[in-house]
Design a protein around this ligand. Structure first.
Ligand SMILES: NC(=O)c1ccc[n+]([C@@H]2O[C@H](COP(=O)([O-])OP(=O)(O)OC[C@H]3O[C@@H](n4cnc5c(N)ncnc54)[C@H](O)[C@@H]3O)[C@@H](O)[C@H]2O)c1
Length: 253
C-alpha cells in the first residue's frame, strides 16, 4: 500500500474534500488524525474509516488556536508514534468584496492564512523528527484568478499558494516537500452553501459552472483526494513548491 508508513493530520476532515482525503489516505493504509472543529462530523469520518478497517483518530481542533493545534500534534504522535504528513484543508468561507468588515477579514485571515501557517509551525518538529515528510496546502483556482466579489477568499487563497512556495524553499533541506493542491468547483457542503448565499440552487449553479471547464462538469471530493494521496506519496518524491490544479481545465483557458 502506497501510504503504509504515513501518519497524517488532516484539518477540516469532517466534511467535503477533507473527509475524502482522510478516507483515501486510510484506504491506502495511512494512519489519520481527523483534526476538525466540529466534533460530530469529525467523529463520523473516523467511524466511516474504522468500519472499513482503516486507522483513524478524531481530535477536536480549531486551527485558529495554537494550543488546539499543538494538542492535535501531541495526540497524533501518542496514538500513532510519529507524524510525517500534514494536509491543511480547513478553511473559512466569508466570501466578500472589498467592503468586507474588519471582523470578516479577521475571520478569513485567522483561519485561512494564520491557521495554515500555525499548523505547519506546530507539526514541523515532529515531521523533522520523523526524518522528513510532506505537507499539502489546499489552495484553489481562486489562488490565481480574479473572480467577482471574492476579494477576501481569493486574497487568502493566493497567500496560501505563495506561502507554499516559501515553505518548500525553507524546508527542502529537511527533506520536507510542500505543495499546493488547487481545486476548481467541487461538490461539497461549502460550495452548495455559497451558491445558496447567491440565491441559486445547486442545480442552477451547476448548469452555469459546468460548461466553464474543459470537462464540462463539477468535480468530486474524491478526485481531489486522489491527487492529495499522490502528492504525499513517494510517487511525488521530486515534487515540491508546485501548484496542482484539479479543476477540469478551468484555470488553463
Ligand atoms: N468545494 C470547492 O469547490 C472548493 C474549491 C476550491 C478550494 N476548496 C478548498 O477545499 C477545502 C475544503 O473545502 P470544502 O469545500 O470541502 O469545505 P467544507 O465546508 O465541506 O469543509 C470544511 C471543513 O473545515 C472545517 N473547519 C472550518 N473551520 C475550521 C477550523 N477553524 N478548525 C478546524 N476545522 C475547521 C469545517 O467544520 C468543515 O468540516 C478548503 O480549503 C476550500 O477553500 C474548495
Amino acid at each position: 500500500m502506497r501510504l503504509e508508513d504515513k501518519v497524517a493530520v488532516v484539518t477540516g476532515g469532517g466534511s467535503g474534500i477533507g473527509r475524502a482525503i482522510c478516507e483515501r489516505f486510510a484506504a491506502e493504509s495511512a494512519c489519520v488524525t481527523v483534526a476538525e472543529i466540529d466534533s460530530e462530523s469529525g467523529l463520523e469520518t473516523v467511524s466511516r474509516i474504522r468500519r472499513l478497517g482503516g486507522k483513524a483518530e478524531f481530535v477536536r481542533t480549531d486551527i485558529r488556536d495554537e494550543e488546539s493545534i499543538q494538542d492535535s500534534v501531541v495526540k497524533t504522535v501518542s496514538a500513532f508514534g510519529k507524524l510525517n504528513v500534514l494536509v491543511n484543508n480547513a478553511a473559512a468561507f466569508v466570501i466578500r468584496d472589498v467592503n468586507a468588515s474588519a471582523e470578516e477579514w479577521e475571520a478569513m485571515l485567522n483561519t485561512n492564512i494564520r491557521g495554515t501557517a500555525f499548523c505547519v509551525k506546530h507539526a514541523l518538529p515532529e515531521i523533522r523528527k520523523a526524518g522528513g515528510g510532506a505537507i499539502v496546502n489546499i489552495g484553489s483556482i481562486s489562488s490565481v484568478l480574479g473572480q467577482p466579489s471574492m476579494v477576501t477568499y481569493n486574497a487568502t487563497k493566493g497567500a496560501i499558494l505563495t506561502m507554499t512556495k516559501c515553505l518548500a524553499l525553507d524546508l527542502g533541506s529537511d527533506n520536507i516537500r510542500v505543495n499546493c493542491l488547487c481545486p476548481g468547483n467541487i461538490k461539497t457542503p461549502a460550495l452548495i452553501n455559497h451558491m445558496k448565499s447567491l440565491g441559486k440552487t445547486y442545480e442552477e449553479a451547476v448548469k452555469q459552472m459546468a460548461p466553464l471547464n474543459f470537462l464540462g462538469r463539477i468535480g468530486t471530493p474524491e478526485e481531489v483526494a486522489n491527487c492529495a494521496a499522490f502528492l504525499v506519496s513517494d510517487d511525488a518524491s521530486f515534487v515540491t513548491g508546485a501548484a496542482l490544479f484539479v479543476d477540469g481545465g478551468y484555470s488553463a483557458q
